[in-house]
Design a protein around this ligand. Structure first.
Ligand SMILES: NC(=O)c1ccc[n+]([C@@H]2O[C@H](COP(=O)([O-])OP(=O)(O)OC[C@H]3O[C@@H](n4cnc5c(N)ncnc54)[C@H](OP(=O)(O)O)[C@@H]3O)[C@@H](O)[C@H]2O)c1
Length: 245
């Protein structure tokens, strides 16, 4: 009997772990990336890279590749891909679930200011200091008019839409003490981050707490409707129940 084929839409450490776990359990796994990372961490699964061509392209791929089940393990801010996965799996009749890492929970001393979007962040930041650490590089046009100095960290080299920005290229996971040293060296007043969740990028929030710095935290987009797991184990159990043996 041939192994059931499972598509894992990746972009997170959890997606890679799930893909490896499913390969070890005997599934034929395709791990898909958007293709923005030049050297993704190795995987036991077959890896494909690049967009599918919207929901229609993904639906066609699901049918052509005889995908038995699909796990959307994309980044919590990858809302377009998640919406496409939902629509494509519905139209192709493929069971789908989302693996969504839990939200970060503040502890004593955290000074988080949640915002809905970067326009709201732009209204708040000038009152919070002069030097801003930004933990991502997309959408920064919304901050372009601010009379502030930015330190922007991104995973891959590329342009940043801010005139007064020092750009650091580095990929996590980061250690709290290194984040703390960076914030001190750069004389950071305030941190701007996405509420991505997960252990790999929590260190900057812990360093901010340690230094008493406020963190402007972009809220996640709403998760896609339908079944959701918050651990790779729960996602694996869903695959076993929905993809067949
Ligand atoms: N992707 C990542 O690895 C990643 C990692 C960290 C943070 N983020 C954050 O997530 C947000 C949006 O990122 P995004 O552009 O990746 O998502 P997106 O805006 O939801 O997706 C844009 C397009 O990229 C393609 N795509 C995305 N994920 C894919 C996957 N796993 N396999 C194949 N194609 C994929 C799809 O193209 P088609 O429509 O052509 O299929 C999709 O429509 C940003 O805020 C970014 O900072 C993403």
């Amino acid at each position: 009997m041939t192994a059931a084929r499972v598509l894992v839409l990746g972009g997170t450490g959890e997606g890679r772990l799930l893909a490896d776990m499913l390969v070890q359990a005997g599934y034929d796994v395709v791990l898909s990336f958007a293709g923005r990372t030049s050297a993704p961490a190795p995987s036991l699964a077959r890896v494909r890279s690049g967009g599918f061509g919207g929901a229609e392209g993904l639906a066609a791929y699901l049918t052509a590749e005889r995908i038995a089940a699909c796990v959307d393990a994309t980044h919590p801010f990858a809302a377009r891909m998640s919406a496409n996965a939902l629509a494509a799996c519905e139209s192709a009749g493929v069971p789908r679930m989302a693996l969504v890492r839990p939200e970060w929970v503040p502890v004593d001393g955290d000074r988080w200011i949640p915002v809905d979007d970067l326009a709201q962040a732009a209204r708040l930041l000038p009152a919070m200091g002069r030097r801003v650490f930004v933990a991502f590089a997309d959408g920064l046009e919304a901050l372009a008019e601010l009379d502030l100095d930015f330190v922007v960290r991104r995973a891959e080299p590329g342009p940043v839409a801010l005139a007064r920005a020092r750009v650091l290229v580095a990929r996590g996971p980061f250690a709290r003490d290194d984040e703390r040293a960076l914030f001190v060296a750069e004389r950071i007043d305030v941190v701007l981050a996405k509420a991505s969740g997960g252990k790999a990028s929590r260190a900057k929030l812990d360093a901010a707490r340690n230094l008493g710095l406020p963190v402007v935290l972009l809220r996640r987009p709403a998760p896609p409707p339908g079944p959701v797991a918050d651990t790779t184990e729960a996602a694996g159990a869903w695959v076993r129940a929905n993809a067949g043996p």
